[in-house]
Design a protein around this ligand. Structure first.
Ligand SMILES: C[S@@+](CC[C@H](N)C(=O)[O-])C[C@H]1O[C@@H](n2cnc3c(N)ncnc32)[C@H](O)[C@@H]1O
Length: 158
């Protein structure tokens, strides 16, 4: 078996392994990121925390709005992509490589996620301690009424 087989296997394995602890990679639509920002109501200079920042697109959009942004990403390939993509905004954007269930969450004014149903109860527990507004793309927090919802994005107040 050639080197390319092992490289492909490694890449597939890295993307698949994330399923044990969170949602797989699926890029956020620009319109949903913009809706999430509107719902969170952050002001320039405030900080957005993105749990699972994927390819860094949301972090870039946040920086372009004048926010500070911190993303946490477990997949090392996406972490590197995110780092490269946000490089020109590095004064305001930070990307952390790690599992957001284990990494201490930095101080922020609002949280953005695009996860999956099975992880929402655990997220709810964490958010109750973190006490910041949460914008969730596509997935609701079971048993909790969203404060607002628009364009497939749910806003929760903690
Ligand atoms: C649905 S995607 C969202 C991608 C991102 N919003 C974007 O537009 O590129 C979910 C992301 O969360 C990451 N992820 C899932 N579980 C994670 C965990 N426990 N810690 C850090 N990242 C995680 C995945 O690797 C994936 O990139």
């Amino acid at each position: 078996m050639g080197l390319s087989f092992w490289i492909l296997g490694l890449v597939v394995g890295l993307f698949a392994a994330v399923l044990l602890v969170g949602a797989p990679y699926l890029p956020t639509l620009r319109s949903q990121a913009e809706t999430a920002f509107d719902l969170l109501g952050l002001e320039e200079g405030q900080t957005l925390l993105e749990l699972g920042c994927g390819d860094g697109k949301v972090l870039v959009l946040a920086a372009q709005r004048g926010y500070r942004a911190v993303g946490i990403e477990l997949n090392p390939i996406l972490f590197v992509v995110s780092r490269l993509r946000t490089f020109r905004y590095r004064e305001n954007v930070r990307v952390i490589w790690g599992d957001f269930w284990r990494v201490p969450w930095p101080e922020a004014d609002g949280v953005f996620v695009f996860l999956l149903d099975p992880f929402m109860p655990k997220l709810d527990g964490r958010m109750q301690a973190y006490k910041r507004p949460l914008a969730s793309v596509a997935f609701k927090v079971l048993g909790k009424e969203p404060a607002r919802q628009k364009n497939g994005v749910f806003l929760y107040k903690y």
